[in-house]
Design a protein around this ligand. Structure first.
Ligand code: CA
Length: 81
Protein backbone atom coordinates (compact mmCIF):
# COMPACT_ATOMS: atom_id res chain seq x y z
CA UNK A 1 0.00 0.00 0.00
CA UNK A 2 2.78 2.42 0.93
CA UNK A 3 4.67 1.53 -2.24
CA UNK A 4 1.62 2.30 -4.36
CA UNK A 5 1.25 5.76 -2.81
CA UNK A 6 4.90 6.60 -3.46
CA UNK A 7 4.60 5.42 -7.03
CA UNK A 8 1.57 7.63 -7.59
CA UNK A 9 3.38 10.62 -6.13
CA UNK A 10 6.41 9.99 -8.31
CA UNK A 11 4.22 9.80 -11.40
CA UNK A 12 2.58 13.10 -10.49
CA UNK A 13 5.92 14.80 -9.96
CA UNK A 14 7.25 13.57 -13.28
CA UNK A 15 4.10 14.42 -15.20
CA UNK A 16 3.32 17.81 -13.68
CA UNK A 17 6.04 20.31 -14.56
CA UNK A 18 6.47 19.92 -18.29
CA UNK A 19 4.60 19.01 -21.38
CA UNK A 20 5.67 15.78 -23.05
CA UNK A 21 6.01 17.41 -26.44
CA UNK A 22 9.44 18.93 -27.04
CA UNK A 23 11.16 20.45 -30.04
CA UNK A 24 13.17 17.27 -30.58
CA UNK A 25 9.91 15.35 -31.11
CA UNK A 26 8.95 17.65 -33.97
CA UNK A 27 12.33 18.66 -35.39
CA UNK A 28 13.25 16.27 -38.19
CA UNK A 29 16.35 17.99 -39.62
CA UNK A 30 18.16 18.24 -36.28
CA UNK A 31 18.56 22.02 -36.04
CA UNK A 32 16.61 22.14 -32.73
CA UNK A 33 14.05 24.47 -34.27
CA UNK A 34 10.66 23.73 -35.78
CA UNK A 35 9.79 24.97 -39.24
CA UNK A 36 6.24 25.24 -40.55
CA UNK A 37 6.83 22.11 -42.62
CA UNK A 38 8.03 20.12 -39.61
CA UNK A 39 5.12 21.22 -37.45
CA UNK A 40 2.63 20.44 -40.21
CA UNK A 41 3.72 16.80 -40.04
CA UNK A 42 2.29 16.60 -36.51
CA UNK A 43 -0.54 19.04 -37.14
CA UNK A 44 -1.93 18.45 -40.64
CA UNK A 45 -4.54 21.19 -40.14
CA UNK A 46 -1.92 23.78 -39.19
CA UNK A 47 -2.42 27.13 -40.88
CA UNK A 48 0.16 29.84 -41.54
CA UNK A 49 -1.77 32.02 -39.07
CA UNK A 50 -1.63 29.40 -36.31
CA UNK A 51 2.08 28.90 -36.88
CA UNK A 52 2.68 32.65 -36.77
CA UNK A 53 0.83 32.81 -33.43
CA UNK A 54 3.21 30.20 -32.01
CA UNK A 55 6.28 31.84 -33.58
CA UNK A 56 6.24 34.88 -31.32
CA UNK A 57 9.68 36.09 -32.43
CA UNK A 58 8.57 36.10 -36.05
CA UNK A 59 11.63 34.31 -37.42
CA UNK A 60 9.55 31.54 -39.02
CA UNK A 61 11.07 28.99 -36.64
CA UNK A 62 9.67 27.76 -33.33
CA UNK A 63 12.11 27.11 -30.52
CA UNK A 64 11.61 25.26 -27.24
CA UNK A 65 10.41 28.37 -25.37
CA UNK A 66 7.89 29.24 -28.07
CA UNK A 67 6.63 25.65 -28.19
CA UNK A 68 6.21 25.49 -24.42
CA UNK A 69 4.47 28.87 -24.34
CA UNK A 70 2.09 27.79 -27.09
CA UNK A 71 1.25 24.59 -25.22
CA UNK A 72 0.69 26.51 -21.97
CA UNK A 73 -1.48 29.06 -23.75
CA UNK A 74 -3.49 26.34 -25.46
CA UNK A 75 -2.53 27.58 -28.92
CA UNK A 76 -1.59 24.03 -29.78
CA UNK A 77 -2.38 20.76 -28.09
CA UNK A 78 -0.14 17.79 -27.72
CA UNK A 79 -0.87 15.36 -30.51
CA UNK A 80 -2.61 12.16 -29.47
CA UNK A 81 -0.31 9.20 -29.10
CA1 CA B 1 10.67 31.80 -33.61
Amino acid sequence: MRRLAVGTLMAALIAAPAFALTVSDVDTDGDSLISFTEMAVLYPDLTEEAFAAVDTSGDSLVDEAELTAALEAGLIEEPAE
